[in-house]
Every structure is written in C-alpha cells, then in structure tokens.
Design a binder for this molecule. Sequence first.
Ligand SMILES: Nc1ncnc2c1ncn2[C@@H]1O[C@H](COP(=O)(O)OP(=O)(O)O)[C@@H](O)[C@H]1O
Ligand SMILES: [Mg+2]
Length: 192
Amino acid sequence: MKIVVANLKGGVGKTTAAVYLSAVAAARGYDPVLLVDADRQASSAEWLEESPVEGVTVVEAPSERTLTRAMSRDGGMAVVDTPPGDERLVQSAINSADAVVIPTRAGGVEYARVAVTLGMIPARTSRGVVISAARLGTNDLDEAIAWWKEEKVPIWGVIPERVGIAAGPEARLYRQGLDEYDAVLRRVLRRR
Ligand SMILES: Nc1ncnc2c1ncn2[C@@H]1O[C@H](COP(=O)(O)OP(=O)(O)O)[C@@H](O)[C@H]1O
Ligand SMILES: [Mg+2]
C-alpha cells in the first residue's frame, strides 16, 4: 500500500499529514511502515530524527531514482511526503501511488493549486483532500467544504487547528491529531 501526500503548494500540511499517517499506520499493525521523504528539505526525516515514532522507518528519497527504489518495496505501507513545486518528482510519486492525499487549507486561494495536483492523478487512483489547520465554525471552512463537495472531490478529513499539532517534532505526536489522521487513513483504505 502506497499513500502519496501531495500538493504543489507549500505550507499546507503535507509533512504533518505524512508523519501522522505513518504513525497511525504503524499503530494499526502495518509492518514495515516506511515514511518516504521525497522533499529535499527533509522535514519529515528531521522530524523523525528529533522525535522517533515507533514502527516507522524513514527513507530519504529526494530524487526520481531513490524515490522509485523506495516505492518499489513490497509489503507493509509506504507514506510518501513530497516537496512543493517539483512537479516531475511529485508526478513520479503519484504514478506509483495507490491513493493520493491532498492536504489543503480552507480559503479560496487554495483551489487552483489543488486543481493542478488533482490533474496529475491517474483516473484509477483514489484521491481525497484533507483540510489542515481548520478553524471550525468559520465561513472559510464551510465554503471550502461546500466547494470540494461541489467539485465531487472526497473530503477525507478536516483536521482542526491545534497547538499540539503545530508543535511538530518538538512534542510527542498529539493524541487528538492521531485520532483525526487515523480517521483519514480509514477513509483512504475504504476507498481503494
Ligand atoms: N492541524 C494543525 N494545527 C496547527 N498547525 C498545523 C496543523 N497542520 C499543520 N500545521 C502547521 O502548518 C505548517 C505547515 O505544515 P507542514 O506540514 O509543514 O506543511 P507542508 O509540508 O505542506 O509545507 C506547520 O507549521 C505545521 O505545524
Ligand atoms: Mg513539507
């Protein structure tokens, strides 16, 4: 099972989603769980170096060659964190994906970048958006949810904005965040 976390835009919650999804996959008993870091910035690799997650092994794969190799391993679960901007590398990750998770934020400016990312996904590959750092009860969030429904893009999660998630590697993974991303993983697995 290969889950690619992608959005050509930066700062939308890709690394956070990749780390939490790999943690909940390990907690569900997937073995091995590889967190494949295709971002040269190595944020998820650094996160796990600073704050290891039980059952999750990081593979740094910042080039097409290393990425192809990391994603060709059989068995278990691979969660791929991708860089913003590098369309070629992201496309190569998406081409090998069983499912693509697209983190995004609420707010109209986000749709265009997601549309480009959606356009890169083969028709047979399941995909869904996850709204990161959502402010519950705001118009922005309600509009974003209505937009994705209208576009017929499944919403695999709405993750509330939480200080415990924003803490990143400086704290242990946030309990409520784990629950939220576990629900995302459940949807990913169901839609396959
Ligand atoms: N649910 C959340 N609550 C609060 N902050 C969040 C949440 N999800 C992501 N963030 C913060 O948003 C910023 C961008 O997230 P990150 O995962 O690094 O995005 P990307 O990998 O797409 O650049 C980070 O500072 C991260 O801590
Ligand atoms: Mg990142």
